[in-house]
Design a protein around this ligand. Structure first.
Ligand code: CP
Length: 304
């Protein structure tokens, strides 16, 4: 499809104003309650491109788009010419003539930027090695359902300060909540993110001692110790052992604190089964909310 207007991309949390993010979250909550137009994306087609594996992102985008009345095409990098030498830009130009919106899961952020610059339809970031903004939208929706306004939250990320952590940092800076990151010096946020925290005056602090960091927080968040692009599993396991979320660590947070994890989880590594299956766990709501949050993002991008 072609149009003359600049597409409404969703590439990163901090590309948007709080008002825009609130509009997307409001749409998500509204649709989750069964309110709103019947099939607002009838006649629209979403292309999903995966250069990395996925369960939640693929299924939640597919089912969500169908619930909105639209169609979905799911492509993996290897089965299309993108995986055989065609450029991202040319792929974007061609797909823009067929579909109304594109979601890309890839490795380098630069590939996402190249797709967004060449596409004439909106592009959504479905994860890169340095960000996962659709996940954080689902996480905010989940936090607010359980605990109230995110602006009043104190959250602790423990473990590898990875792509999901970096997007949480951007949310903290925008919404103004307090975020503590407990991580080893080797797996600290990127220099670019540390500079951003300083520049924006975000209430984000870095800790080496997990017990200090989780004291009295509203939510403890973690993620797998070995992400899809990491090759040093053994080293990471040794570095991250002290940052495991277990009953003792949950006991240091507020009594009504929640446990969050974007999944997939590696039980008994970054989190014990007693926590992920326990009464404070919000992880299944987070997984469900991927679909609702993305419905809010899809309708916002397409202005429907
Ligand atoms: N949380 C998340 O993005 O899950 P998938 O890798 O299964 O899509």
């Amino acid at each position: 499809m072609t149009n003359n207007k600049t597409p409404r991309h969703f590439l990163d949390i901090h590309d948007h104003s709080v008002a825009e993010l609130r509009e997307m979250l409001g749409r998500a909550a509204f649709m989750k309650r069964g309110q709103g137009a019947e099939r607002p994306l009838l006649g629209k087609t979403l292309a999903l491109i995966f250069e990395k594996p996925s369960t939640r992102t693929r299924v939640s985008f597919e089912v969500g788009m169908r619930q909105l009345g639209g169609e979905v095409i799911c492509l993996t990098g290897k089965e299309i010419q993108l995986g055989h030498g065609e450029t991202i830009g040319d792929t974007a130009r061609v797909l823009s003539r067929y579909v109304d919106i594109i979601m890309l899961r890839t490795d380098h952020e630069a590939k996402l930027q190249e797709m967004a610059e060449a596409a004439t339809v909106p592009v959504i970031n479905g994860l890169t090695d340095s960000s996962h903004p659709v996940q954080i939208m689902a996480d905010i929706l989940t936090y607010e359902e359980r605990k109230g306004p995110i602006e009043e939250a104190v959250v602790c990320w423990t473990g590898d300060a990875n792509n999901v952590c970096e997007s949480w940092v951007h949310a903290a800076g925008l919404f103004g909540f307090e975020m503590r990151i407990a991580c080893p010096p080797e797996l600290t946020p990127s220099q670019q993110t540390l500079d951003w925290i300083k520049e924006k005056g975000a209430r984000v602090s870095i800790h080496r001692d997990v017990e200090t960091a989780v004291a009295g927080v509203d939510a403890i968040i973690t993620d797998t110790w070995v992400s899809m692009h990491n090759k040093d599993a053994h080293r990471r396991h040794n570095l991250l052992k002290p940052y495991q979320v277990n009953d003792r660590i949950m006991g240091l947070a507020k009594k009504d604190a929640i446990f969050m994890h974007c999944l997939p989880a590696h039980r008994e590594e970054e989190v014990t089964s007693s926590v992920i299956d326990g009464p404070q766990s919000a992880v299944w709501d987070e997984a469900e909310n991927r679909m609702h949050a993305q419905k809010g993002i899809l309708t916002w991008c397409l202005n429907r």
